[in-house]
Design a protein around this ligand. Structure first.
Ligand code: G3H
Ligand code: 13P
Ligand code: ZN
Length: 333
């Protein structure tokens, strides 16, 4: 079994200069698509579940599916990660489910909407680091806030990360990776005009901190997919935009190691299902449309794994177990 921490996956990626996608999941088909893509391209991978995803699946269903992904793919390094944990309690729950990595998003208050203070963020992050590291689990935290709002995650206002504050935050908390705000937003409407990322801020942060950097809100929102959704009866308002792949590749070059993708997967699934319903309205076996959506999603992720440079790196290293991570963390304190 190759369940590993995101610390190992991201440090390896950082050393070799490639990015690793962290793909959000809610159901079996998404998990299977990610793992098929990882196997096909021989990529290490991060599968992540939000609090909303865990609630949607009554926790244990998704837990078992994520464990199945690890069991079925013993040769692929897989991290199972909690996305946007909002409290120590949510993190404890994920760790008890067997997650190897957690995010505590203390840039927002527990409601997941209201921007918090620096001190609040440090306090909640430190409590999570203490708990998680004692279990060998790695911790991602965030400083600065993204735009957009997905299912209650996000304040809606962008507040770019202050590089000096980022340095202080990393040294005061002992986290393993840092999510930063450089102009991205969650969801399908990221930019008013063309994509505009604050690469100067990223460069400055990279020069001041020495842990892997995470980019949330990194879907590319391909026009073919939004067009297809609308062509087959969807009503996505005009103006959907994402982060172009060239910008993500530039961000990877400048030091981003983890790239969070949820929206693109949602679009691929919705476009495919709409197409099947429109073109073959006689079909009513869920496997006819969920199976095809799974294939389309697999191909989308294969392309991302190649574009981010993750492909071919699955066998570069021997997985470090959480038990050994526990010892590594213990020797640090
Ligand atoms: O960051 C937000 C992710 O896209 C997860 O969204 O809370 O709707 O599952 P969700
Ligand atoms: P997207 O909405 O751009 O896919 O971002 C997902 C994300 O950041 C999950 O944490
Ligand atoms: Zn996010």
């Amino acid at each position: 079994m190759a369940l590993v921490s995101t610390k190992q996956i991201l440090e390896e990626a950082r050393n070799k200069g490639y990015g690793v996608g962290a793909y959000n999941v809610n159901n079996m088909e998404q998990i299977q698509a990610i793992m098929t893509a990882a196997k096909e391209t021989q990529s290490p991978v991060i599968i992540q579940a939000s609090r909303g995803a865990l609630k949607y699946s009554s926790f244990t269903y998704l837990e078992s599916l994520m464990k199945a992904a690890v069991i079925e793919n013993p040769d692929i390094p897989v991290a199972v990660h909690l996305d946007h944990g909002n409290s120590l309690e949510s993190v404890v729950k994920a760790i008890n489910l067997g997650f190897s990595s957690v995010m505590i998003d203390g840039s927002l208050l527990e409601d997941g909407k209201t921007a918090s203070t620096y001190d609040y963020n440090v306090n909640v992050t430190c409590s999570v680091v203490k708990y998680a590291h004692a279990k060998g689990v790695s911790v991602e935290a965030e400083i600065g806030t993204l735009g957009g709002s997905e299912d209650g995650v996000g304040s809606g206002k962008i507040n770019l990360t202050d590089p000096k504050e980022a340095r202080r935050f990393v040294s005061e908390t002992g986290i393993d990776s840092l999510a930063i705000a450089i102009g991205t937003s969650h969801g399908a409407y990221k930019f008013k005009g063309s994509a505009n990322l604050a690469f100067d801020v990223l460069k400055k942060i990279r020069s001041l901190i020495d842990i892997p950097i995470v980019l949330h809100g990194a879907s590319s929102v391909p026009k073919e997919l939004t067009d297809e959704v609308n062509k087959y009866g969807g009503r996505m308002p005009a103006g959907a935009t994402g982060v172009p792949i060239s910008s993500l590749q530039e961000a990877i070059k400048l030091g981003v190691s983890k790239i969070n993708v949820d929206t693109d997967g949602r679009l691929a699934i919705t476009a495919t299902i709409r197409k099947v319903f429109a073109e073959a309205p006689e079909k009513f076996d869920p496997r006819d449309y969920l199976g095809l959506a799974r294939t389309v999603l697999t191909n989308l992720i294969i392309t991302k794994m190649k574009d981010f440079g993750t492909a071919g790196h699955a066998k570069d290293y021997s997985p470090i177990s959480l038990e050994d991570m526990k010892k590594q963390y213990a020797s640090k304190y």
